[in-house]
Each structure stands twice: as structure tokens, then as C-alpha cells.
Design a protein around this ligand. Sequence first.
Ligand SMILES: Nc1ncnc2c1ncn2[C@@H]1O[C@H](COP(=O)(O)OP(=O)(O)OP(=O)(O)O)[C@@H](O)[C@H]1O
Length: 508
Amino acid sequence: MRVTVPMTAGSQAADDYVLRVENLGKVYGGAVALRDVSLAIRRGSIHGLLGENGAGKSTLVGIMSGQRQPTTGTIYLDGVALGHADVPSMEEAGVFLVTQEPMIIDHLSAAENLMLGIWPRRFGFVNWRKLRKDAARMLAGTGIDLDRPAGKLDAVARRKLNILRAMFSGGKVIILDEPTAALTVEDRQQLFDFMRRLKADGVTFIFISHYNDEILDICDAVSVLRDGILAGGSEDVGSLTSAQLSELVLGRGLVLFQRERREFAEDAPAVQLRDVVGPSVRVPALDIRPGEVVGFTGLPGAGAKELARCIFGLTPVQSGTIRFADETETHKLPTHPRDAFESGIAFLSDDRRRDGAIGQMSIGANISLSSLASVARSGFLSKDAELKLSDRYFAAMGIKAPSAAVAVDTLSGGNQQKVCLGRVLATGPRVLILDEPTRGIDVGVKQDVLRIVDELSRTGVAVIIVSTDTDEITRAVDRVCIFENGAIARELTGSEITNDRLRGLEPS
Ligand SMILES: Nc1ncnc2c1ncn2[C@@H]1O[C@H](COP(=O)(O)OP(=O)(O)OP(=O)(O)O)[C@@H](O)[C@H]1O
């Protein structure tokens, strides 16, 4: 395994490297996020940036793109040292950062959003007709209608549009910070095809991902951060295995989790659905047993997410029955999440931005937020019980922070996700619905999360995992419902559940 060799400023080969950083350091308050990082990105390559949650990846690309200022160190673009770099000057120079939060203007059409980066700044002339033609070519096959207002696009389409915008804007270095989270296998392939096309034209990519298979598929080189330090890397990704990548990231071998799948056919259901019709989903019959872990998967809009939201009561169903164990009423439909929550149904939304953690509050307060009833004794909140609960999940989720008392908005993205998940798990539910539970979570903690879910299920909790991550589904569930056109098209159980089958690489 070869460690990435940082090129020095006047080096003979400096031309080969479009972007270099030397001795970068970043301190937030008193906390060191990056320490003396030097690395060089080869022109026209796809360079993976890996590391556990909180390792410093977003901080590093934030500095490279002008979003954050380094405490020490220098950035070189095309061999030229940059002084104070901010976002407009870096974009002007051709360095674009695409984050997970789409920077989209809702009332403009998809095509207009694509063209945002290339509207004339001052006296430039733009060939709008050609631009529109180019936009149409780029959007062809993406399922995005050129003229649809961006505000009306779903979350995945907005994400795709965001990525395409950077590509369309003529960036020479495009940084993608976890671009594929929640994209389907087809979406990912489409994105990778774009990247390869642009790479052939000389565009350079820096690509952050927690998915080894993606790194191995698309990257030429990788660099690994560990606790803010450049821990290693390779300029020959093709020679690495997935296990070696994980070892580079974690500094130790990774034991992958695999649930021992069980069959539940005879047990009384924990959740029983009959003739459920909701907006864009209909399910004649579905039973989920106590202790069973069921995966819901499918293309966006196919019904997996929609049904999970109906079961929790986030989306009212139009007709049919959803009955939880112990309920005697035959036609009780949850009409509000509060009803579902009170009857022991917990839900992790995939929209962590809207339904996520409260940034200014501490990790501990966020974890115990939804469990106040269970930590309150005779109407009073027991501080001890609250602390015990939050400390337990703080530790179990491997949240990287000095203590559970620190504010959530000082955490890295992945660690904030762990707080949201910890909060849901801490409610001690009897039915647990998790929408993309390990999105943004690193490869080590992902195994821990799957293990925690497995343990909970062994106490009789019925679990629904909505996911586009086929590896996660394969490792975590007893049964998978594959949704198509608003209905469950197929179910797989036991040994039928394989990653390749879920990816459509072998027939069902
Ligand atoms: N605004 C901030 N204030 C204080 N600390 C911060 C701030 N932003 C990041 N940090 C800290 O800097 C470190 C690096 O965070 P960063 O977001 O760069 O990690 P990351 O590798 O991108 O993680 P993830 O995979 O979770 O997105 C973390 O310890 C984080 O808590």
C-alpha cells in the first residue's frame, strides 16, 4: 500500500497536481480538527477522501473550497499559493464544493438552476439557446424535467441537480461531500458515468464517501484522515481490497456484522396492515412480527418510504387498517405521529435537517428529548435518569465528542446523525421505524448500529428499516419488501436476500 506523497511547491511534477495543501491545521475553539495535513490531488483524477466520522474530511474540503479558513498552512492551485481564499474566489478559480444540502433556488426551473453558476457576471455574453440544449442533454435520462420548478422536485432529484450544477458550471476541481447518500444503485451509476465523462475531459474530483464499494469503483487515489491527521492513502486504489480500505480508515481490522436471519411466520403480529391505501402506496396485507427486522426498499417514490410514514402516522392513510399488537379496535389508524409515539412506535426520519437534532442543545439533552416520559418520575424529570439514559446512548453510538454535555452543532455531520439515532433508540419502542439509519455514518459505527438494532429486536422490538443501501439491508434484516409503483412487488427472505439480488445483478 503506497502512502500519498505530498508534492512540494517547485517540484518537477507539480504540474501533475491541480490542488495541493501543505501543513494545513484547523482549530475550532480549543479543539484541533486538522493537524499538519499535506496532500496533493492529481489533475484529472478522482481522489477519495476517507475517514471516520469527525476525522476532519468536511473541514479539509471546507478549507479547499474557501468555505472555512485554515488556522495554519497553505493551499496551492495550479502551483500558485493562494492567500485568503473564499467561496466566490475559489469558484471563480474553478473549485466547487457540493455538499449534501442542495443549494437550489426553488422558484427557478431545473434548467435555470443548472445554469446558475454560469450566468454572466458582468459584461459576458451567454448563448442561452446552446446552454438550454446542453442542459437538456445533461438532464436526459435523469428523470428530471427541464422546466419543472426546482421546489417541486423530490429530495433525490434536488441532490442530483446540485451535483450536475457544479459539473455544468465548468468546475475544474469538483468536491463531492457524500454525494451518493440515499441515491439508488441506478442513480449512483448515472452519477459515476457523469464523473467518468468529465474526468476524461480533464476535470478533477475529490470524493468523500463512507462506502468502500464506491471508492473502489470510482477512485484512482485515496487519502485517509484519522483524528485530523493524514493517516495514509494510496495512488493505486485498484490494488486495494475493501477490507484493506476499512483497515486504513479505522486503523484496525473491521468485523462486519451479519444478522442471523430468523423466520416468524406463525407469531402474532406486532404490526398488522390490511387493505391500506395511502397517497401513492397500497398494501393489501402485511404482518410484521415482534422481534422481526423487515427491510423496505425500492426506487424513490415506489412506496417504501411512503408506507413507513403511513405506519408512523406522518402521512394519513386514506383507508384500511393498521393495527399494533394489544390494540383491540379494528379500525384504528394513526393519524398523528404523537399517537404513534405514545403507543410505542419510534421513527427516525431521513430528513435529519428538518426533523434532526437541535443544534444549540447538548448531545445528552437531544438524546433524552423524546424519552422525557420514561425518564420522568411522578411528573418530575429525574436528572439522574436523564443522565444515565443519555450517557448510555452517547457511549453506545460511539459519538465522537469530549462529553455528552457539548452542543450538537459542534459535531461532525455523521456524529449529529448518531445523536438522532440515539434519541430514537432511547425511547425504548416496541416498533421501531428507521429511514436510512446509517446514512453518513462511518463503516465502523455502521456495524455497531446494526448490532444495536439486532439486540433490540431480540428483546421483541419489531423493526422496519427503509434503505437504499443494499449492503445494509443484506446484513440487517430477516425479510425484504421490494416496492414498485406504490406496491410490494416482491418479498425476499432468508438466503434469498443477497446484495447482488437487491442490486438487480442476479434474478429474483
Ligand atoms: N463549528 C465547529 N465547532 C467546533 N468543532 C467543530 C466544528 N465543526 C467541526 N468541528 C469538529 O471538528 C472535527 C472534524 O469535523 P469534520 O466535520 O471535519 O469531520 P468529518 O470527517 O467530515 O466527519 P463526518 O464523516 O461525520 O462528516 C470534529 O471533531 C468536529 O466535532
